[in-house]
Design a protein around this ligand. Structure first.
Ligand SMILES: C[S@@+](CC[C@H](N)C(=O)[O-])C[C@H]1O[C@@H](n2cnc3c(N)ncnc32)[C@H](O)[C@@H]1O
Length: 271
Protein backbone atom coordinates (compact mmCIF):
# COMPACT_ATOMS: atom_id res chain seq x y z
CA UNK A 1 0.00 0.00 0.00
CA UNK A 2 1.44 3.37 -0.93
CA UNK A 3 1.72 6.29 1.46
CA UNK A 4 -0.77 8.22 -0.61
CA UNK A 5 -3.33 5.46 -0.33
CA UNK A 6 -2.83 5.12 3.41
CA UNK A 7 -3.40 8.82 3.81
CA UNK A 8 -7.11 8.42 3.14
CA UNK A 9 -7.77 5.07 4.56
CA UNK A 10 -5.53 3.20 6.90
CA UNK A 11 -6.50 2.78 10.51
CA UNK A 12 -4.28 4.54 13.02
CA UNK A 13 -3.18 1.12 14.26
CA UNK A 14 -1.91 0.27 10.81
CA UNK A 15 -4.54 -2.46 10.37
CA UNK A 16 -6.03 -2.86 6.93
CA UNK A 17 -9.18 -1.05 5.99
CA UNK A 18 -12.54 -2.34 7.18
CA UNK A 19 -14.21 -1.52 3.88
CA UNK A 20 -13.08 -3.05 0.59
CA UNK A 21 -12.79 -0.63 -2.31
CA UNK A 22 -16.14 0.31 -3.78
CA UNK A 23 -18.21 -1.52 -1.18
CA UNK A 24 -20.75 -0.38 1.42
CA UNK A 25 -20.38 3.27 0.51
CA UNK A 26 -23.88 4.29 1.62
CA UNK A 27 -23.47 2.53 4.94
CA UNK A 28 -20.15 4.18 5.70
CA UNK A 29 -21.51 7.56 4.66
CA UNK A 30 -24.39 7.16 7.08
CA UNK A 31 -22.21 6.05 9.96
CA UNK A 32 -19.73 8.86 10.04
CA UNK A 33 -20.72 11.68 12.39
CA UNK A 34 -23.90 9.69 13.20
CA UNK A 35 -25.72 11.98 10.82
CA UNK A 36 -27.51 11.06 7.66
CA UNK A 37 -25.80 13.79 5.73
CA UNK A 38 -26.24 13.58 1.98
CA UNK A 39 -25.31 15.85 -0.88
CA UNK A 40 -27.33 16.70 -3.95
CA UNK A 41 -24.16 17.71 -5.79
CA UNK A 42 -23.27 15.34 -8.66
CA UNK A 43 -20.29 13.14 -7.95
CA UNK A 44 -17.01 14.25 -9.54
CA UNK A 45 -15.45 11.97 -12.17
CA UNK A 46 -13.73 8.96 -10.62
CA UNK A 47 -10.45 10.21 -12.02
CA UNK A 48 -10.75 13.28 -9.75
CA UNK A 49 -11.87 11.23 -6.75
CA UNK A 50 -8.81 9.05 -7.25
CA UNK A 51 -6.55 12.10 -7.38
CA UNK A 52 -7.70 13.38 -3.99
CA UNK A 53 -8.14 10.00 -2.23
CA UNK A 54 -5.71 7.66 -3.92
CA UNK A 55 -7.07 5.21 -6.51
CA UNK A 56 -7.79 2.39 -4.05
CA UNK A 57 -9.60 4.56 -1.53
CA UNK A 58 -12.37 6.11 -3.55
CA UNK A 59 -14.87 4.37 -1.27
CA UNK A 60 -13.71 6.70 1.53
CA UNK A 61 -14.35 9.84 -0.51
CA UNK A 62 -17.55 10.66 1.43
CA UNK A 63 -16.49 9.32 4.77
CA UNK A 64 -13.30 11.39 5.04
CA UNK A 65 -15.14 14.54 3.91
CA UNK A 66 -17.82 14.10 6.54
CA UNK A 67 -15.20 13.59 9.22
CA UNK A 68 -13.55 16.88 8.20
CA UNK A 69 -16.89 18.68 8.36
CA UNK A 70 -17.55 17.23 11.81
CA UNK A 71 -14.18 18.65 12.92
CA UNK A 72 -15.00 22.05 11.38
CA UNK A 73 -18.29 22.09 13.27
CA UNK A 74 -16.69 21.04 16.52
CA UNK A 75 -14.09 23.79 16.16
CA UNK A 76 -16.92 26.26 15.39
CA UNK A 77 -15.45 27.01 11.99
CA UNK A 78 -18.84 26.82 10.19
CA UNK A 79 -21.86 29.07 10.59
CA UNK A 80 -24.15 31.51 8.84
CA UNK A 81 -21.72 34.38 9.19
CA UNK A 82 -18.49 32.47 8.54
CA UNK A 83 -16.39 33.23 5.46
CA UNK A 84 -14.39 30.05 4.94
CA UNK A 85 -11.34 29.50 2.71
CA UNK A 86 -10.33 26.05 1.52
CA UNK A 87 -6.76 25.70 0.25
CA UNK A 88 -6.30 22.95 -2.35
CA UNK A 89 -10.02 22.20 -2.49
CA UNK A 90 -9.56 19.56 -5.19
CA UNK A 91 -12.86 18.40 -6.68
CA UNK A 92 -15.00 19.79 -3.86
CA UNK A 93 -15.03 16.72 -1.63
CA UNK A 94 -15.66 18.94 1.41
CA UNK A 95 -17.54 21.74 -0.39
CA UNK A 96 -20.23 19.39 -1.72
CA UNK A 97 -21.32 18.74 1.88
CA UNK A 98 -20.79 22.29 3.12
CA UNK A 99 -23.48 23.38 0.65
CA UNK A 100 -25.98 21.78 3.03
CA UNK A 101 -24.48 23.40 6.14
CA UNK A 102 -24.89 26.92 7.47
CA UNK A 103 -22.06 28.91 5.88
CA UNK A 104 -21.76 32.63 5.05
CA UNK A 105 -19.40 32.15 2.12
CA UNK A 106 -16.96 29.56 0.90
CA UNK A 107 -13.92 30.16 -1.33
CA UNK A 108 -11.93 27.19 -2.54
CA UNK A 109 -8.86 27.23 -4.75
CA UNK A 110 -6.70 24.62 -6.40
CA UNK A 111 -3.93 24.44 -9.01
CA UNK A 112 -5.82 21.75 -10.96
CA UNK A 113 -7.91 23.56 -13.60
CA UNK A 114 -10.07 20.52 -14.39
CA UNK A 115 -11.16 20.04 -10.81
CA UNK A 116 -11.95 23.73 -10.42
CA UNK A 117 -14.02 23.65 -13.64
CA UNK A 118 -15.93 20.67 -12.26
CA UNK A 119 -16.56 22.48 -8.93
CA UNK A 120 -17.84 25.59 -10.65
CA UNK A 121 -20.26 23.60 -12.80
CA UNK A 122 -21.42 21.24 -10.07
CA UNK A 123 -21.80 23.75 -7.22
CA UNK A 124 -23.52 26.84 -8.64
CA UNK A 125 -24.49 28.06 -5.16
CA UNK A 126 -23.89 31.86 -5.02
CA UNK A 127 -22.18 31.55 -1.64
CA UNK A 128 -19.50 29.33 -3.21
CA UNK A 129 -16.52 30.53 -5.28
CA UNK A 130 -13.85 28.34 -6.85
CA UNK A 131 -10.57 29.84 -8.05
CA UNK A 132 -7.86 28.32 -10.18
CA UNK A 133 -4.24 29.29 -9.41
CA UNK A 134 -1.84 28.36 -12.20
CA UNK A 135 0.99 27.83 -9.77
CA UNK A 136 4.04 25.64 -10.34
CA UNK A 137 3.52 22.97 -7.70
CA UNK A 138 5.67 19.95 -6.93
CA UNK A 139 2.42 18.00 -7.20
CA UNK A 140 2.63 18.32 -10.98
CA UNK A 141 4.94 15.33 -10.75
CA UNK A 142 1.82 13.37 -9.80
CA UNK A 143 -0.97 14.71 -11.98
CA UNK A 144 0.80 16.77 -14.65
CA UNK A 145 -0.81 20.25 -14.67
CA UNK A 146 2.26 22.39 -15.27
CA UNK A 147 2.35 26.11 -14.65
CA UNK A 148 4.81 28.97 -14.74
CA UNK A 149 4.08 31.02 -11.61
CA UNK A 150 6.60 29.96 -8.93
CA UNK A 151 4.97 29.32 -5.60
CA UNK A 152 7.22 31.86 -3.83
CA UNK A 153 5.71 34.52 -6.08
CA UNK A 154 2.13 33.52 -5.36
CA UNK A 155 0.04 35.94 -3.33
CA UNK A 156 -3.49 34.72 -2.73
CA UNK A 157 -5.73 37.20 -4.58
CA UNK A 158 -7.76 37.95 -1.45
CA UNK A 159 -7.64 41.01 0.81
CA UNK A 160 -5.96 40.85 4.21
CA UNK A 161 -8.23 39.50 6.94
CA UNK A 162 -10.97 38.55 4.48
CA UNK A 163 -11.60 35.06 5.88
CA UNK A 164 -12.80 33.98 9.28
CA UNK A 165 -11.32 30.51 9.00
CA UNK A 166 -9.47 28.23 6.58
CA UNK A 167 -9.14 24.51 5.99
CA UNK A 168 -6.03 22.88 4.50
CA UNK A 169 -6.90 19.16 4.42
CA UNK A 170 -4.43 16.72 2.85
CA UNK A 171 -2.59 19.56 1.13
CA UNK A 172 0.64 20.08 3.09
CA UNK A 173 0.93 16.31 2.67
CA UNK A 174 1.75 17.11 -0.96
CA UNK A 175 3.70 20.34 -0.46
CA UNK A 176 7.41 20.52 0.33
CA UNK A 177 8.30 22.91 3.18
CA UNK A 178 9.14 25.89 0.96
CA UNK A 179 5.68 25.71 -0.66
CA UNK A 180 3.93 25.16 2.67
CA UNK A 181 5.81 28.10 4.22
CA UNK A 182 4.59 30.43 1.49
CA UNK A 183 1.03 29.20 1.95
CA UNK A 184 1.25 29.60 5.72
CA UNK A 185 2.43 33.19 5.27
CA UNK A 186 -0.44 33.91 2.90
CA UNK A 187 -2.91 32.24 5.29
CA UNK A 188 -1.62 34.49 8.06
CA UNK A 189 -2.37 37.48 5.83
CA UNK A 190 -5.88 36.52 4.67
CA UNK A 191 -7.27 34.98 7.89
CA UNK A 192 -8.53 37.55 10.39
CA UNK A 193 -7.15 37.89 13.88
CA UNK A 194 -8.74 35.19 16.05
CA UNK A 195 -9.56 33.09 12.98
CA UNK A 196 -8.61 29.42 12.79
CA UNK A 197 -6.83 27.22 10.27
CA UNK A 198 -7.42 23.46 10.33
CA UNK A 199 -4.55 21.67 8.62
CA UNK A 200 -3.10 18.20 8.33
CA UNK A 201 0.45 16.99 7.86
CA UNK A 202 2.41 13.73 7.72
CA UNK A 203 5.39 13.22 10.02
CA UNK A 204 8.56 11.21 9.76
CA UNK A 205 11.78 11.09 11.81
CA UNK A 206 13.38 13.16 9.07
CA UNK A 207 11.93 15.36 6.42
CA UNK A 208 11.55 13.54 3.11
CA UNK A 209 9.48 13.26 -0.03
CA UNK A 210 8.19 9.95 -1.40
CA UNK A 211 7.11 9.29 -4.93
CA UNK A 212 5.33 6.12 -5.95
CA UNK A 213 2.80 5.30 -8.66
CA UNK A 214 3.31 8.82 -9.99
CA UNK A 215 2.21 10.22 -6.65
CA UNK A 216 4.06 12.54 -4.34
CA UNK A 217 3.85 12.53 -0.54
CA UNK A 218 5.68 14.88 1.80
CA UNK A 219 6.72 13.97 5.35
CA UNK A 220 7.80 16.65 7.82
CA UNK A 221 10.16 16.28 10.74
CA UNK A 222 7.76 17.18 13.58
CA UNK A 223 9.99 19.26 15.84
CA UNK A 224 11.06 21.39 12.92
CA UNK A 225 7.49 21.70 11.70
CA UNK A 226 6.29 22.82 15.14
CA UNK A 227 9.27 25.19 15.54
CA UNK A 228 8.27 26.84 12.26
CA UNK A 229 4.69 27.17 13.49
CA UNK A 230 5.98 28.83 16.68
CA UNK A 231 7.70 31.46 14.56
CA UNK A 232 4.52 32.09 12.54
CA UNK A 233 1.75 34.55 13.43
CA UNK A 234 -0.39 31.61 14.60
CA UNK A 235 -0.91 29.92 17.95
CA UNK A 236 -0.68 26.21 17.11
CA UNK A 237 -2.45 23.30 18.79
CA UNK A 238 -1.80 19.67 17.86
CA UNK A 239 -5.42 18.54 18.11
CA UNK A 240 -4.77 14.80 18.36
CA UNK A 241 -7.95 14.25 16.32
CA UNK A 242 -7.77 10.97 14.48
CA UNK A 243 -9.63 9.87 11.39
CA UNK A 244 -10.67 6.23 11.49
CA UNK A 245 -12.59 5.12 8.39
CA UNK A 246 -16.25 4.46 9.04
CA UNK A 247 -16.18 5.84 12.55
CA UNK A 248 -17.68 9.12 13.70
CA UNK A 249 -15.47 12.02 14.74
CA UNK A 250 -14.83 11.76 18.47
CA UNK A 251 -13.46 15.02 19.88
CA UNK A 252 -12.56 13.36 23.16
CA UNK A 253 -10.42 10.71 21.47
CA UNK A 254 -6.94 12.16 21.09
CA UNK A 255 -3.91 10.38 19.77
CA UNK A 256 -0.26 11.24 20.17
CA UNK A 257 1.84 12.34 17.23
CA UNK A 258 1.46 9.92 14.33
CA UNK A 259 4.33 8.89 12.06
CA UNK A 260 4.11 7.66 8.50
CA UNK A 261 1.14 8.24 6.23
CA UNK A 262 -1.26 9.16 9.03
CA UNK A 263 -2.60 12.65 9.21
CA UNK A 264 -1.70 14.85 12.17
CA UNK A 265 -4.33 17.56 12.52
CA UNK A 266 -3.39 21.02 13.80
CA UNK A 267 -5.65 23.89 14.75
CA UNK A 268 -3.93 27.23 14.30
CA UNK A 269 -5.37 30.47 15.65
CA UNK A 270 -4.32 33.77 14.11
CA UNK A 271 -2.86 36.02 16.82
C1 LIG B 1 -4.90 15.08 -1.67
S1 LIG B 1 -5.74 16.34 -2.51
C2 LIG B 1 -6.85 16.95 -1.24
C3 LIG B 1 -7.96 17.81 -1.83
C4 LIG B 1 -8.95 18.39 -0.80
N1 LIG B 1 -8.28 19.21 0.19
C5 LIG B 1 -9.73 17.28 -0.13
O1 LIG B 1 -9.56 17.07 1.07
O2 LIG B 1 -10.51 16.64 -0.83
C6 LIG B 1 -4.48 17.60 -2.63
C7 LIG B 1 -4.95 18.76 -3.46
O3 LIG B 1 -4.01 19.81 -3.31
C8 LIG B 1 -3.86 20.44 -4.56
N2 LIG B 1 -2.59 21.15 -4.52
C9 LIG B 1 -1.35 20.63 -4.45
N3 LIG B 1 -0.44 21.61 -4.43
C10 LIG B 1 -1.13 22.77 -4.49
C11 LIG B 1 -0.75 24.14 -4.51
N4 LIG B 1 0.51 24.50 -4.43
N5 LIG B 1 -1.74 25.08 -4.57
C12 LIG B 1 -3.03 24.72 -4.63
N6 LIG B 1 -3.44 23.44 -4.63
C13 LIG B 1 -2.50 22.49 -4.55
C14 LIG B 1 -3.93 19.30 -5.56
O4 LIG B 1 -4.23 19.75 -6.86
C15 LIG B 1 -5.05 18.46 -4.95
O5 LIG B 1 -6.30 18.84 -5.41
Amino acid sequence: MSAEQEKCGTLASGRSLPVPPGARLAEVTRMNDRRDRTSTIPMPPREFQALVCGPDFIHLFHDAAQWIIAVLEHERMCGDSVNLLEVGCGCGRVARYLVGEPIGSYTGFDRHAGMIAYCRAAIPDPRFTFDHFAVASSYAAADRPLADVPIEALAFPYPAGSFDHAVVASDFTQMPPAEAAQYLAELARVVRSGGKVLLSVFFSQRHHVETSDNRLTVFYEPDRFEADLLMSPFEARASGYTYTPGEPFRPDRREARQYGARQNWYVLTRR
